[in-house]
Each structure stands twice: as C-alpha cells, then as structure tokens.
Design a protein around this ligand. Structure first.
Ligand code: SAM
Length: 222
C-alpha cells in the first residue's frame, strides 16, 4: 500500500538529515515541497536526481493533496518536505496530511530537525512542560496572545523572524524580570543563545546594530 512520507529536513546545517530521510527521498517518485528551489538545493547536496518536484505551499496545498492522492493511486512513492525543519510545525503540511489520510492512505513520519526542539535542547530551561505558540498573530489576536503569555506559568516557546524580533521583545517587556532565552541561527555558523530580561535582550540586539537570523524565543516558567 502506498505511503506518504513526511520528511524533516535541516534547519540550517545541511548535515542535519537522517539516513532514513535521505533513503526516503532517494526512493520517492515524487517529492512535494513548500518551495521547489529550496528543496532542489538539498537534493543537489545529496546527489538525489530525477525526482518530480511538486509545489505544495500554503496556497497550493489543497490542490497538491489531490495530486498526491492520484500519485498514490498510481502506486507511486510520495514524500513531503517543507523548506526547513519538521513539516506542520508552523509550516505547511497539515492539510496535505489530513486530506491524504482521509482518503485512506497511510502517512509515515520521518522525524528529524526542528528549531523548536533544537532551541529547547540548549536553552538550559526546564522544558518538562512547555507551551508552543509558534508565530504570534501579527494583528488581530496579538494583544490577547501577549496577555496569555503574561498569565502563563509554564515555559512558553515562540518563533520570530529577524525583522520582528525587536518589536516582540519590546512587547514582552511587560514580563518584567522574567528570564527569556533567545536562540538564533541554530546549526549555522553564527549560532547564538542569549538570555536576559526582554529589555536586556532588546538592548543587546539593538546595539549590535542588527537582528540577523531566525529566532526561537523561550520564556522561562515561573
Ligand atoms: N517547521 C520548522 C521547524 O520545525 O523548525 C519551522 C518553520 S517556521 C516557518 C520558521 C521559523 O522557525 C523561523 O522564523 C524561526 O523562528 C524558526 N527557525 C527556523 N530555523 C531556525 C534556525 N536555524 N535558528 C533559529 N530559529 C529557526
């Protein structure tokens, strides 16, 4: 029976991919991906050639799901990758999985890198229990989300992009002295973990004159 493999890919360092992920991609007839250009680079690095690449991003996921089902019906091996990390974690893949499963096909996880687990593994923060909120909403619902964070006693984990990190830290200043850890450029040359209050971190990033890199923001439990 055909299977859709959901494959985790590196979050920066291209060596962070499992042997099983590479074998799955090599054996796949078609690889559905968030962005074919990003995935092409990964495939080239591992000399994986001759694959049908099908775009399946936020906008095209529903249509792509139908195509994946047709390919599975034809007996093809199908894999899905997002641009980086684990599909479905603040990434496309959820609707594809739901549609393919409701059409009766088996879905398998090929686990691997995620910025969420990589950051928690080096943050030095108790992650026995944590709340993952992904990206906060940009407009509607943002204030409510921020109030929820202030009220939350467990560790909170957020994702943030470089051009919004300073604004987020400014908003998190309502947390006062609570310790925040930010992990940026994980697995890359300039990987860095900083900890302090929201204000201290904002000052450090600001005076560095740059807030380069992708960020995971971890707010320590109380
Ligand atoms: N699905 C991915 C995962 O499993 O990590 C996350 C995709 S989400 C669109 C991208 C966000 O993840 C970035 O904005 C950043 O917050 C975080 N991220 C991804 N790669 C990262 C890295 N190398 N270092 C720090 N954060 C990263």
């Amino acid at each position: 029976m055909g299977t859709l493999s959901i494959v985790a890919t590196p979050i920066g360092n291209l060596e962070d991919i499992t042997l099983r992920a590479l074998r799955t991609l090599k054996e796949a007839d078609a690889i559905f991906c968030e962005d074919t250009r990003v995935t092409s680079k990964l495939l080239a690095r591992y000399e994986i050639t001759g694959k049908t690449l099908v775009r399946a991003d936020e906008a095209s996921e529903e249509k792509a799901a139908q195509r994946a089902i047709e390919m599975l019906e034809e007996g093809k091996r199908v894999a899905y990758v997002s641009d980086a990390g684990t599909p479905g974690i603040s990434d496309p893949g959820v609707r594809l999985v739901a549609r393919v499963r409701s059409a009766g096909w088996r879905i398998e996880a090929i686990p691997g890198a995620s910025a969420l687990t990589a950051a928690l593994s080096i943050a030095g923060v108790d992650a026995t229990e944590f709340v993952f909120l992904g990206f906060l909403p940009h407009k509607k619902g943002r204030q409510t989300a921020l109030k929820g964070i202030v009220a939350e006693k467990r560790t909170v984990v957020l994702y943030e992009s470089p051009h919004r990190i300073l604004k987020l830290l400014e908003e998190l200043e309502t947390l006062g002295d609570r310790t925040i850890v930010i992990a940026r450029e994980l697995t890359k040359m300039h990987e860095e973990v900083l900890s302090g209050t929201a204000y201290e971190l904002r000052m450090r990033l600001d005076t560095a004159g740059t807030a380069r890199g992708e960020f995971v923001v971890i707010i320590q439990s109380i």
